[in-house]
Design a binder for this molecule. Structure first.
Ligand SMILES: Cc1ncc(COP(=O)(O)O)c(C=O)c1O
Length: 394
């Protein structure tokens, strides 16, 4: 299998200091940061230490504003449609809990739903007498567009799906879902935590109203950062579940006014070093090109799947018509957690996916735990070969 020949892998690795230390196949956990991202974070902390935190933020004002522009450019949105939050979960929550549900409304979700999102569905269902319903899969194990169409009625209050699940290579057909929600005028919330940074994501082509993502995964930014996109036409209808003096202004003793842009979903205090690091990571990804990144990730992941498939006792678990950089599997005779531990001793990083993160999917497939090897563009054929020999030797 040939990898894209125009990808400068030597440069990618030279700019990623961690590549010399470990074989990092845990990019769906947190990727290795490029040196430029680390530098942006450290430089801001240094500035804070030297001149003061508030003063450092003032001095960096223009660069901070640029992060909104970069985030918007990455997903083909506008800067006033971006809110920067401390992680993808809070970003998603701020959108979800703002939706004006009516008692009896139905929430339609995917089998790949992430635990935190599903827990929020259950909580909202208890509070507002909602129904949570799972859109059946099609023959590839992705959201069935026909099934979704058949489920629509006037009681659907939200369609909320996960683009790429935490536990596998599946890429749900987000844009086909968007065609249906747009035509029906429904709220559409997309969890793009695992897709942004590894593939092109275009909010208008997808047709979602809200999208959440994180910095540390395929974007290669620092931990503790993420962002939310909310389509301009939807912002005024969505009152954030929590407000502070940044999201709203206290205009007279008994009155406040909520911001008009997506920053109404933010809160005041934030980690500016991490925010600037995320901005650098976004620019870095766009500099490589999301299509180029996606092409390389596709190839390395398919190569890993093809090699793993040759190892006796290994079963690959990825679903979907389109599969991404997340490769999940089981190996006979060893528990996934044990495999993770043994590999860690050899400086190979993977993670495990358990039923507690994606219960609907794992229960349906009779799975409780998987090994998750998630690849990025800086991973190589040699690393994959070494990884597979270690798995074979287990
Ligand atoms: C599909 C999905 N959504 C949301 C999240 C949560 O992201 P964060 O930890 O940045 O809040 C994860 C994290 O693994 C995820 O896999």
């Amino acid at each position: 299998m040939n990898f894209p020949s125009d990808f400068d892998i030597a440069r990618a690795r030279a700019e990623t200091p961690g590549c010399e230390q470990v074989i990092h196949f845990n990019n769906a956990g947190a990727s290795l940061m490029p040196a430029s991202v680390l530098d942006a974070v450290l430089r801001h902390y240094e500035l804070e230490a030297q001149i003061g935190g508030y003063e450092a933020a003032d001095q960096s004002h223009d660069r901070i504003e640029m992060v909104y522009k970069s985030a918007a450019q990455l997903i083909h949105a506008q800067p006033d449609e971006i809110a920067i939050l401390e992680n993808a979960t809070r970003a998603w929550d701020m959108a979800f809990y703002a939706i004006p549900f009516q008692p009896g409304d139905r929430i339609l979700t995917s089998r790949a739903a992430y635990a935190s999102n599903y827990i929020a569905f259950l909580q909202a269902a208890q509070r507002h007498s909602l129904k949570v319903e799972v859109i059946p899969d099609d023959e590839y194990g992705q959201v069935s567009i026909d099934a979704l169409e058949n489920m629509l009625d006037s009681h659907v209050g939200l369609v909320a799906i996960t683009h790429v699940p935490t536990n596998g290579g599946l890429v749900n057909p987000a844009a086909s879902v968007g065609k249906i929600t747009r035509a029906a005028g429904l709220y559409y919330l997309l969890d793009a935590c695992q897709s942004v940074g590894q593939m092109p994501v275009h909010v208008d082509e997808i047709g979602c109203d809200m999208l959440s993502t994180t910095s540390r995964k395929f974007l290669r930014g620092p931990r503790g950062m993420g962002f939310l996109y909310v389509r301009r036409e939807r912002i005024q209808d969505l009152l954030p579940p929590m407000l502070d003096l940044h999201a709203a202004r206290w205009v007279s003793r008994d009155r406040f006014e909520v911001r008009k842009d997506a920053r109404r979903f933010e809160n005041w205090e934030r980690n500016y070093a991490a925010l600037l690091g995320m901005g650098t990571a976004i620019d870095y990804a766009m500099d490589w090109g999301l299509s180029q990144i996606w092409a390389r990730i596709n190839k390395v992941a398919e190569y890993l799947r093809s090699k793993l498939a040759q190892i006796p006792g290994v079963k690959i678990a990825d679903k979907g018509q389109v599969r991404c950089g997340i490769v999940t599997f089981t190996a006979a005779g060893k528990r996934p957690g044990e495999i993770q531990k043994l590999l860690r001793e050899k400086k190979i990083n993977v993670s495990t996916s358990t039923i507690f993160s994606t219960r609907l999917d794992m229960e349906q497939r009779g799975l409780s735990e998987l090994v998750r090897a998630s690849l990025h563009y800086y991973n190589t054929r040699q690393e994959i070969n070494r990884f597979c020999s270690e798995i074979e030797a287990l």
